[in-house]
Design a protein around this ligand. Structure first.
Ligand code: NAD
Length: 485
């Protein structure tokens, strides 16, 4: 019998599901049972071509509609997503293995927020009038054209919406390629957008590995590329897009610092460290995986952390009581276990976890290492799994320098009751998305993105509009034209 997660077809092009079994088969494995629940096929060159042609034609129709009309479609799609939140959450759980306790509140809901927010902005995207004496300049905020979105596997619904909603609000069309690991959810986003009234061709989904992503990025019909992925992929995609001077947004990896001063509320800091390391089993780009704790409260912090991590409920992700799910794939589990072994071998002190959970599924116990030093592999490389490194520090000056000593710059957090210090420290940290006495909040109203190797551009908020549109300026002369000859 066909599993309920099996989509009607692999791709969504020009307003309908399209199949082409000539592409490489991509098995979809449920991370909890290890069973294959669906198969999709990587896009062949003919599928890529059809998606880009439909996006090119659809964009022309879409850009001619008023912003208010475009916004109405996006807001209708947001309503449909909210009505279907339960079913979409089940699919997200099948796609990623993340527990329903999370997917019910963080995926389709976050996607719907983006559709609603950018739907609301769509009618207000205007240019300006610049007086020049009797003459004047006016500006027009224009769509870029055809945008390509390429997703990572940790938030398949959210990423499809965070890229699609601002792109569409500005009058662009999109061809979205989900991660080959989680190909299911973006198809539902496309289906819902069309149900909400989106013209055919404006949002297309094609499946495939890096090769298909590469074909999209280098195609001359494409005007902009927005990638969510790792730094090495980001470097390749940025370079490929540069060949044709395409616009880019790069949402990449991190090794973010979370700094806990002696005066911090310990339970809040522990809560922040848990949210910033173990949500989605640690598969979150902005995680605060280097937790710097000032020496005065280190042992108290570790004791409370171990106690609370012990309350994690590992189990069936479909059971809403489960608060901690498996790794997305066997491969990701093996990579993360490799880091756990390195942490032990390089002399970090294991506080809890440190092994696979004794159960079905690709589970690794939530793991905390203490006495981690800056040069250890687990303190330098992005692990993308449930492995927290706790490092100690003495002074503010020292911790800021150490926190910044990384190629990454996605996020950073500070826990302290001293607000002057909190703002000063945040001001000195090299990161794009920061938190004071909190960690990992990502509301659509706030810009999200990294500095240094963690990325270029911003998603969410009004900032995203700048990255999905361009400004044309028009000088209007009222008098005669003077010329030298
Ligand atoms: P990845 O870099 O392996 O793949 C990301 C996407 O890029 C996939 O869809 C993949 O098929 C595609 N791709 C790979 N090679 C390509 C190429 N040459 N040309 C075009 N496309 C190509 O990343 P992943 O393992 O899927 O996801 C984990 C990474 O994503 C982590 O580093 C994580 O930090 C990052 N991430 C960042 C954010 C953010 O917003 N900053 C959010 C989630 C995940």
């Amino acid at each position: 019998m066909t599993h309920p997660a099996q989509p009607k077809a692999s791709h969504f092009i020009n307003g309908e599901y399209v199949e082409d079994t000539g592409g490489t088969p991509i098995p979809v494995i449920y991370a909890y049972s290890g069973e294959q629940i669906a198969t999709v096929y990587a896009a062949t060159p003919a599928i890529v071509d059809a998606a880009l042609e439909s996006a090119k034609a659809g964009q022309k129709i879409w850009a001619k509609m008023s912003g208010t009309e475009r916004g109405r479609v996006l807001r209708r799609a947001a309503d449909i997503m909210r009505e279907r939140n339960y079913d979409l959450s089940v699919l997200e759980t099948y796609d990623t293995g993340k527990p329903m306790q999370e997917t019910l509140v963080a995926d389709a809901t976050s996607g719907a927020d983006a559709l609603e927010y950018f739907g609301g902005l769509a009618g207000s995207l205007t240019g300006e009038h610049i007086p020049m004496g009797e003459d004047w300049v006016y500006t027009i905020r224009e769509a870029l054209g055809v945008c390509v979105g390429i997703g990572a596997w940790n938030y398949p619904t959210q990423i499809a919406c965070w890229k699609g909603a601002p792109a569409l609000a500005c009058g662009n069309s999109m061809v979205f390629k989900p991660s080959e690991t989680t190909p299911l959810c973006a198809l539902k986003v496309a289906e819902i957008l069309f149900e909400a009234g989106l013209p055919a061709g404006v949002y297309n989904v094609v499946q495939g590995m890096g090769e298909v992503g590469g074909a999209l990025v280098t195609d001359p019909r494409v005007d902009k590329v927005s990638l969510t992925g790792s730094v090495p992929t980001g470097k390749k995609v940025y370079a490929a897009a540069a060949a044709d001077m395409k616009h880019v947004t790069m949402e990449l990896g991190g090794k973010s610092p979370m700094i806990v001063f002696d005066d911090a509320d310990i339970d809040n800091a522990v809560g922040g460290a848990i949210n910033g390391n173990f949500y989605s089993s640690g598969q979150v780009c902005s995680n605060g995986t280097r937790v710097f704790v000032q020496k005065g409260i280190k042992e108290k912090f570790l004791a409370r952390l171990a106690e609370r991590v012990g309350n994690a409920v590992l189990g069936d992700p479909m059971d809403e009581a489960t608060s901690f799910g498996p790794m997305v794939t066997q491969n990701q589990m093996d990579i993360v276990m490799g880091y756990v072994e390195k942490g032990k071998a390089e002399g970090a002190r294991l506080i809890c976890g440190g092994k696979r959970a004794d159960m079905d599924g690709f589970f690794i116990e939530p793991t905390v290492f203490a006495d981690v030093t800056d040069d250890m592999t687990i303190a330098r490389e992005e692990i993308f799994g449930p492995v927290m490194s706790v490092l100690d520090f003495d002074t503010e000056e020292e911790v800021v320098a150490r926190a910044n000593d990384t190629e990454f710059g996605l996020s950073a957090g500070v826990f302290t009751k001293d607000f002057t210090r909190a703002h000063r420290v945040i001001g000195n940290l090299e990161a794009g998305s920061c938190f004071i006495n909190s960690y990992n909040d990502a509301p659509v109203e706030a810009p999200f993105g990294g500095v240094k190797a963690s990325g270029v551009g911003r998603e969410n908020s009004k900032e995203a509009i700048k990255h999905f549109s361009q400004v044309k300026s028009v000088y209007v002369r009222m008098g005669d034209v003077e010329a030298a000859f």
